[in-house]
Write a protein that binds this ligand. Structure first.
Ligand code: AHR
Length: 833
């Protein structure tokens, strides 16, 4: 109710600010037209703002500086600048164009068009020499002015507009602030919002005869190498910088270079990094140790130390050769920080050709932060590269495999698909950083390491082959995502390889059109690599050589990642989409519709997908818990004839970007609405998935970890409860409450699905209220149901961060009672006999 009053108040203020229209029976005191001033903050940090005046004398900013359009150009954050936005209205059709400068020098310019100042088309570079229908004689007159708005002296453009336009802008911004207010609802206000609330009584009527088919792939995972999720995370390699390929341009941390994580003891000659005759051209750097006396040791400190377990075996390998001397023995050991050896083995390096050497180390103690020690035993000059240490105990015992505890935690989610390798990692920071899948397969020494857009190094030991294998190992569909021929619009690297101010200033740029053919061929080759015949196709053969003659049965391929849907994007996406459709019509292409649940990229992306008939689009939105609570009807009205939806990245972001019971419950609540819309929403994945707690670039994440522990969040348990209890049929149910307040109703979520394989009926019950909900469930049970049901409950206070679900059983009959605890998520699984 309070919300409604505030909304009405906002609308009233807007209306009071308006003069009274001529022709009504109220006092007539306005001219036919008023004045509109377009401006932005003087430092360029804002988007387009508007102020209006009835006499061009006293000015009022619209909605206190509401930003009608924000600049897309330039790298992350505040570097996306808008200076001096010049708004012009076309005399012929009344449409608008806003032209602004991107830099204070004014050399680089951009523009966007709008039919009504509310919806905006995509942004493009504006070249003054381009004659457009907005050339000066065809637009309403504008005058440049310096005005004081909300206490600041600002430069902008004034023009006459119709009074109804201002009315419309005020109504629109009033509605936007109302929506904003709803999104800001949080459990912190519950003590006030629900001060007098008594336990609620609910009746749920389940109508097992009324059902619809829903997606079997609703819950999946989105793996991106962010927060050290791959190297130093899921990829079980224990040696950091094994390839000596760290380069200063990957990260601005001091010492981020080819010797990072390595140190040399007992030598007068420093460790040198050379490039003359590498083991493979894709890995140009290698280490050279000139041993002039006994006692030289090359140490690697791993990723914050190397965690080893007593009795476990570790596979060691390196590529080595002698640059001076015929052959030399090398002791390989695991040592504690105090220098105590806990495992050791010997290898011999000989000749001046690279040879791969292996040894197995068995740990004699548990150590959380051991180091790897490589100690040449004879005088000579040794070259070493791709120094590797893997636990033998990887997930499913795979060589070059995955960390068992982390991979098992992912498998326990029972994900139906895995999206990889990003996120931003997929489309990269600048054209050269686009993730090239071919560079991520083959022998480890031939893989191309890559700068990670999140500011570190990717060995790509965990590459496309390993991703496909992991999907197979956990029974999930692979969903690779490739760039749509454009890098990330937020790239810090000048995308267009241009040094001049105008074209280097973002936004997106794209692979030159003459190179698109080769790029598209790479994408087609990926499909062949995954599915092609092991003997008859070039790329199928490569898969077989890697040890997997059977196809991986790739069904989905994502093109693009929340890109700006510009002309540059559209052209390239269309080329890729058409090529895949022609050669592999059976592949489901997943397009992209920008980073938000609304706005220009969302509109343009959906329009393009509809025009081309793209089977599925990838939506992304990181929103507040309040948004999820208040937008449960988001998909209810989606057009069922258009593309299906993959909600590829989402998470509730509360203040402080924490993951707690409130954020997790809001996700659980929203997922009841997703299940209801499982006929149109085909897939969902929380993002991001993994974070090494010592190397976090993004929060919250679903699972945190360090070298010895895996720490699933509350959101993880919500995903797990959904993943382990998903169905392929949605069963209709109705909920009636003894309390009809909107705020109460929208905090109770119910979803009923049937699982195809065994016919179990699954009830999901979410209660985001501070009181319990006494529920009476009416279920037309027939004899073939087991009356002992499995009950899994997640319950805690909104701010709790360490909560786990508890499972048990309970008895039910056709009309059973269940009390949903305050702030809880319950899954009841009714087993088919
Ligand atoms: O999930 C983290 C990042 O969020 C992804 O890389 C990107 O797609 C989005 O902006």
């Amino acid at each position: 109710m309070n919300k409604l009053i505030r909304f009405l108040y906002i609308c009233l203020l807007g209306i009071m600010a308006l003069p009274v229209r001529a022709g009504t029976d109220r006092v007539v005191n306005i001219p036919d037209s008023v004045y509109l001033f377009s401006y932005a903050s003087a430092d360029g940090s804002s988007g387009l703002k508007l102020a209006w005046s009835h006499d061009s004398g006293s000015w009022v900013s619209i909605a206190s500086g509401f930003e009608f359009i924000k600049c897309d150009f330039g790298p992350w954050g505040m570097q996306k600048k808008m200076f001096n936005p010049h708004l012009m209205q076309n005399k012929t059709d009344g449409t608008w164009r806003c032209i602004w400068t991107l830099t204070s020098s004014g050399k680089a310019m951009a523009y966007a068009d709008s039919p009504d100042l509310l919806k905006w088309g995509y942004q493009s570079h504006f070249k003054t020499e381009e004659l457009t229908r907005y050339e000066l004689q065809n637009v309403e007159k504008t005058i440049q002015k310096q005005l004081v708005i909300d206490g600041s002296n600002l430069s902008g453009w004034v023009q006459k507009v119709s009074y109804s336009l201002v009315e419309q802008l005020l109504r629109y911004t009033g509605y936007k602030s109302y929506q904003q207010m709803l999104s800001e609802e949080s459990a912190e206000q519950d003590t006030v919002r629900f001060a007098d609330l008594n336990p609620v009584t609910a009746t749920i009527q389940i109508n097992a005869d009324e059902s619809k088919a829903i997606s079997e792939h609703l819950i999946g995972i989105f793996f991106e190498d962010i927060n050290y999720a791959a190297d130093g995370g899921l990829y079980a390699e224990l040696v950091q910088n094994r390839d000596f390929e760290y380069t200063p341009d990957e990260c601005d941390k001091e010492g981020w270079n080819a010797t990072h994580s390595w140190s040399l003891k007992g030598s007068n000659v420093p460790l040198s990094i050379e490039t003359d005759s590498p083991v493979h051209p894709n890995n140009p750097h290698y280490a050279v140790l000139e041993v002039q006396e006994q006692g030289v040791t090359l140490l690697n400190s791993g990723f914050d130390g190397i965690m080893v377990k007593k009795g476990e075996k570790y596979d060691f390998s390196l590529f080595g050769k002698m640059l001076d001397g015929k052959k030399g023995k090398i002791k390989v050991a695991l040592v504690t920080k105090e220098g105590k050896e806990i495992a050791q083995a010997m290898i011999t390096v000989s000749g001046n050709d690279w040879k791969k050497k292996h040894a197995v180390l068995t740990a004699s103690a548990d150590v959380a932060d051991a180091w790897l020690a490589i100690s040449p035993q004879s005088i000579g000059k040794y070259a070493v590269d791709i120094v590797s240490l893997f636990p033998q105990n990887t997930f499913k015992g795979r060589k070059n495999g995955l960390r068992i505890d982390l991979a098992q935690t992912l498998a326990d989610l029972h994900p139906r698909f895995v999206r990889f390798p990003g996120g931003c990692v997929a489309h990269g920071d600048g054209i050269d950083n686009i993730y090239d899948w071919k560079g991520s397969i083959g022998s480890l020494e031939s893989r191309k390491p890559k700068r990670n857009t999140w500011g570190y190094h990717q060995t790509r030991g965990l590459g496309y082959f390993e991703y496909f294998l992991f999907c197979e190992d956990i029974g999930a569909e692979p969903l690779p995502v490739l760039a749509a021929g454009v890098p990330c619009q937020n790239s810090r690297t000048p995308s267009c390889h241009s040094t001049d101010e105008i074209s280097s200033y973002g936004q997106q740029c794209g692979i030159p059109l003459e190179e698109m053919g080769a790029y598209i061929q790479d994408i087609l080759d990926l499909i062949e690599y995954a599915n092609g015949d092991a003997k008859k196709t070039v790329w199928g053969k490569k898969r077989a050589e890697a040890g997997h003659p059977e196809p991986f049965n790739l069904k989905y391929i994502g093109i693009g990642n929340e890109d700006v849907i510009s002309g540059v994007f559209k052209e390239r996406f269309t080329m890729i989409f058409n090529a895949i459709k022609e050669k592999y019509p059976e592949i489901i292409v997943v397009g992209t519709v920008g980073p938000f649940f609304e706005g220009t990229d969302y509109d343009e992306g959906w329009a393009l997908a509809t025009e081309l008939g793209v089977p599925m689009v990838d939506e992304h939105y990181y929103v507040t818990p309040g948004w999820l609570v208040n937008n449960q009807d988001y998909y209810d009205h989606y057009d069922r004839t258009k593309s299906k939806v993959y909600l590829g990245e989402y998470a509730a972001h509360a203040r402080g970007r924490v993951c707690n019971m409130e954020t997790a419950l809001s996700e659980a609540l929203y997922l009841t609405a997703i299940e209801r819309n499982g006929d149109i929403v085909s897939m969902t994945s929380y993002a991001p998935l993994l974070a090494n707690e010592k190397h976090i670039q993004w929060s919250p994440d679903l699972i945190y970890f360090n070298n010895s522990e895996v720490k699933p969040t509350v959101s993880y348990y919500v995903q797990q409860m959904y993943g382990q209890n998903s169905g392929n049929e949605y069963i209709a149910s109705s909920v009636s409450l003894d309390n009809v307040q909107g705020a109460v109703k929208k905090r109770i979520g119910v979803s009923v699905v049937r699982e195809g394989t065994n016919g179990d009926l699954i009830l999901k019950l979410v209660n985001m209220l501070p009181v319990s909900v006494k529920t009476s469930v009416k279920l037309p049970l027939q004899n073939d149901w087991n009356t002992t049901v499995t009950k899994t409950v997640l319950v805690g206070k909104p701010q709790d961060r360490e909560v786990c679900p508890v499972s048990g059983t309970m008895q039910i009959d056709e009309n059973f009672q269940y009390e949903m605890p305050a702030y809880s998520f319950t899954v009841l699984r009714i087993h088919k006999r």
